[in-house]
Design a protein around this ligand. Structure first.
Ligand SMILES: [Zn+2]
Length: 636
C-alpha cells in the first residue's frame, strides 16, 4: 500500500471539501464513506499543469502552484527515486529554466540548495513554479516526449514541495492541438477530460501517465460478488486485429493469476489500467503501480512470438497488483522520493512475482512444458552455480538492489562474482517452496500467497520478515518447518534440493552435457591479436584460476594460435573435463603462460521420467499437472 485506507479516505474528503471537479467521484478505495462535515478547512490542493509546445525536441513546460502557504521557506524537491525502482536516478538533471512567481506574477528569488532541491525563502500565500522538462527515454522510470506521445513517469517529471506531501493534487494535461492524444492514467478523472486528481503525493507519484493516440480496450472482470474494469491502453503501430488478439491473451493471464488469489485486488476507483508502449523508440521495461502498470517494449504485437514475450512482462507486472502493491514490505512504505529505498525482501516481492509471472504464462498455455522446464533449468544454472552465494543470501542480494536496479556506473563492480539477481534467486526459492508444500503438506504456494494476501494485502498492513515467517508457520501448521526454512534458505544461503523435489513430479534433474569440457563462462570477443575476454571471469572457473581477467587477450592454447573463438572451442572440445591445457595470454603486465584444468560443463536439464526411461507413477503425473497445468480450467 502506498497509504493506508483510513488516511486515503481523509485526503479524499479534503478533496471533496475543496470543491474540486471530480470530488463527486471521490470515494474511499476501501469502500467506506469518506463523508465528514466536522473536519477543519482543508489545505488547498497543489495544482500542476503540463504543456508541450516543443515536443519535437523532447521538452515539456511544467507549472505548479502551491497555495495557502505560511511564512516558512518553500522547499522544492525533484525526486531522486521512483516507486518500484531502488537506485538513485537524479531526475533534476533534466529540469531547467526554473523560476518562481507570486500570485500577481512578481518574480521570487530562488536559491539552489542541493542538486535536486531549491528554496524560495520569501514568498506570500501562493507560489507558482515554472520549469522546462527534457525527456527522451520512454520506459518505466523516465519520461519520453516527442511528437508521438508524452510518456510520463511522475517522479521524473514533477517536482514537489517538502511538507506538503499530504495535500490533494489536481493536474491538467494540456494536449497539443490536433494531436489526437488522450490521457491514460490511474489518476482519478474529472468532468474535464484533461484534468485529473490524486488524494496525495504518494498516489500522484505512483500514477504514470501516457498521453498519445493510443488504442484502447476495456472489459469488466468478475471478482467474487463484484467486478472491476480492466483497461488495456496500447500505443503501438500494429492493427486493430493485433490488439484484439493481444487482448484475448491478456485476459487469459489475468484469469490465471486471479485464480492464485481467488480474487482480483480491490482496485481504487474500480479500475486497473495496462499502459503499454510497444514502439521502436522506447526502452524495454515494465513497472508496477497500485492500479496500473507501465510497459514498454520495442517488440511489436504484429509478430505473435514478440507478442508472447511482451505478455510475459505483463504477466509479471500484473501479479504485482497483489504482491508488492498491496502485500507490501514495510521498508518501502511510504516510498521516499528524496532518498534511495532499500528492501531486504525483494526476493519475495520480485522473486516470487517472477515465479508466478512465468508459471502463469505456462498455465495459460503460452510457454509450452518443454520450454518452461528448460527455462527453470537455466535459472537453476545461474543461481546454483553463481559464486555470489559465497558472499550474500537472498536478503543481502535484495539489499544490493540500489546498485543494480537500472543503475549505471563509471567503475567496474565485482557483481558477476558477488551478486545474484533477487528475481532469479527468489524465483528458485519460490519453486522449491511450492514443490515442498505440495508434497509435504498437500498445500501449494498459492495457499501461502493467499494467507499473505488476507493478512497483509487486504488489511493494508505492510509486512516484515517476521510476518513472512509467521504466515508460513500458520499456513502449514508447522512453525518448526517455517523457522527452519527461513533460517536455512532466507537468512542462510541453502538452496532447495531440486533433484529430490522435481523427482516427486516425475522430472529428472541431471547434467545436460557431463562429458563436455569448459573454460568457464566468460564473454569472449575477437580482437586484433587474439580473442579478448570481455567480461569478468567467475570465481571457481578455469580461466579465473589461471589468473585471466577482463580485457586480457587469449593468444595460444595447446600450441594453437588463437585468432577466432572457434580456435578455442576446437581445442576445448577435443579434451575431457579434468584435462589440462597450456594457455598463453596477454594481461596488462605482459604475457603469461598457465596450465588450465578444464571443468565439466555444469549446465542442467530437466526431463520427464518417461523420456529418461524411468517409471512414472500416477501420483507423479497428478503432481506435475496440478503444478504446471491451468488453475482456471481446473476450477476452484
Ligand atoms: Zn517486478
Amino acid at each position: 500500500m502506498r497509504s493506508e485506507n483510513s488516511r486515503r479516505a481523509a485526503v479524499l474528503c479534503a478533496l471533496a471539501l475543496a470543491g474540486l471537479p471530480g470530488a463527486a467521484l471521490a470515494r474511499s478505495p476501501g469502500g467506506s464513506s469518506p463523508a465528514s462535515t466536522t473536519r477543519p478547512a482543508a489545505a488547498p490542493p497543489v495544482r500542476y499543469e503540463i504543456r508541450f509546445p516543443n515536443a519535437a525536441h523532447h521538452e515539456a513546460e511544467v507549472s505548479v502552484t502551491f497555495a495557502g502557504l505560511g511564512s516558512a521557506p518553500l522547499e522544492l524537491q525533484m525526486s531522486r527515486s521512483s516507486p518500484g525502482r531502488y537506485a538513485l536516478h537524479e531526475f533534476a538533471k533534466n529540469v531547467y529554466g526554473l523560476a518562481a512567481a507570486g500570485p500577481d506574477g512578481e518574480a521570487l528569488s530562488v536559491e539552489k540548495v542541493t542538486p535536486s532541491r531549491w528554496r524560495v525563502a520569501r514568498h506570500g500565500a501562493s507560489v507558482t513554479v515554472r520549469y522546462t522538462l527534457f525527456g527522451d527515454h520512454a520506459d518505466g522510470t523516465y519520461p519520453g516526449i516527442d511528437r508521438t506521445h508524452a510518456h510520463l513517469n511522475m517522479p521524473a517529471a514533477f517536482l514537489y514541495a517538502r511538507g506538503l506531501e499530504d495535500r490533494p493534487i489536481v493536474i491538467t494535461f494540456r494536449l497539443p492541438e490536433g494531436s489526437g492524444w488522450k490521457v491514460g492514467t490511474q489518476l482519478e478523472p474529472t468532468s474535464d477530460p484533461e484534468r485529473f486528481t490524486a488524494p496525495d503525493l504518494q498516489y500522484f507519484m505512483d500514477s504514470p501517465t501516457e498521453l498519445s493516440d493510443f488504442d484502447e480496450r476495456a472489459w469488466r472482470e468478475p471478482s467474487g460478488d463484484t467486478a472491476y474494469t480492466l483497461r488495456l491502453f496500447v500505443h503501438h503501430r500494429g492493427s486493430k486485429q493485433d490488439l484484439d488478439r493481444y487482448e484475448s491473451m491478456v485476459k487469459r493471464i489475468v484469469r490465471e493469476e486471479k485464480a492464485v488469489f481467488g480474487e482480483l485486488a480491490p482496485y481504487d476507483y474500480g479500475t486497473y489500467t495496462f499502459l503499454a508502449g510497444y514502439l521502436p523508440w522506447v526502452y524495454g521495461d515494465g513497472m508496477e503501480h497500485r492500479n496500473s502498470t507501465f510497459l514498454t517494449s520495442t517488440r511489436p504485437l504484429t509478430d505473435s512470438a514478440d507478442a508472447v514475450r511482451d505478455l510475459g512482462a505483463l504477466a509479471h507486472e500484473f501479479f504485482h497488483s497483489w504482491n508488492m502493491e498491496r502485500i507490501r514490505d514495510r521498508a518501502i512504505e511510504p516510498f521516499d522520493f528524496a532518498h534511495v529505498d532499500m528492501s531486504g525482501l525483494l526476493w519475495f516481492g520480485e522473486g516470487f512475482t517472477q515465479y508466478y509471472g512465468q508459471i502463469a504464462m505456462e498455465r495459460a498455455g503460452f510457454t509450452g512444458r518443454r520450454d518452461y522446464l528448460d527455462g527453470l533449468a537455466r535459472t537453476l544454472d545461474y543461481v546454483v552455480d553463481s559464486p555470489g552465494r559465497r558472499f550474500r543470501g537472498p536478503i543481502g542480494m535484495s539489499r544490493y538492489s540500489p546498485f543494480v536496479d537500472a543503475a549505471r556506473w563509471v567503475d567496474r563492480t565485482n557483481a558477476p562474482n558477488t551478486f545474484i539477481s533477487y528475481y532469479s534467486y527468489g524465483a528458485v526459492l519460490a519453486a522449491g517452496l511450492d514443490l515442498e508444500l505440495r508434497t509435504r503438506y498437500h498445500l501449494t504456494l498459492d495457499d501461502y500467497m493467499r494467507a499473505m494476501w488476507k493478512r497483509y494485502g487486504l488489511t493494508g498492513t505492510p509486512y516484515t520478515l517476521e510476518g513472512l515467517r509467521a504466515t508460513l508457520g500458520r499456513v502449514t501448521g508447522d512453525t518448526a518447518f517455517a523457522r527452519h526454512f527461513f533460517a536455512e534458505e532466507i537468512e542462510g544461503r541453502r538452496l532447495p534440493d531440486f533433484a529430490a523435489l522435481l523427482g516427486r513430479a516425475g522430472l529428472l534433474l541431471r547434467p545436460a552435457h557431463p562429458d563436455r569440457a569448459t573454460l568457464g563462462g566468460a564473454r569472449l570477443v575477437v580482437g586484433d591479436s587474439g580473442v579478448r575476454v570481455a567480461s569478468g571471469t567467475l570465481i571457481g572457473s578455469p580461466l579465473y584460476a589461471a589468473g585471466v581477467d577482463m580485457d586480457d587477450v587469449l593468444l595460444e592454447m595447446d600450441g594453437r594460435k588463437i585468432l577466432y573463438i572457434q580456435d578455442i572451442t576446437g581445442v576445448v572440445s577435443a579434451h575431457a573435463p579434468g584435462d589440462s591445457v597450456t594457455l598463453i595470454y596477454a594481461a596488462r603486465d605482459g604475457r603469461h603462460r598457465a596450465r588450465v584444468a578444464l571443468a565439466a560443463d555444469p549446465s542442467r536439464e530437466i526431463v520427464p521420467f518417461e523420456k529418461a526411461g524411468r517409471p512414472v507413477t500416477d501420483a507423479m503425473r497428478r503432481l506435475r499437472e496440478a503444478w504446471l497445468g491451468s488453475e482456471v480450467s481446473r476450477g476452484p
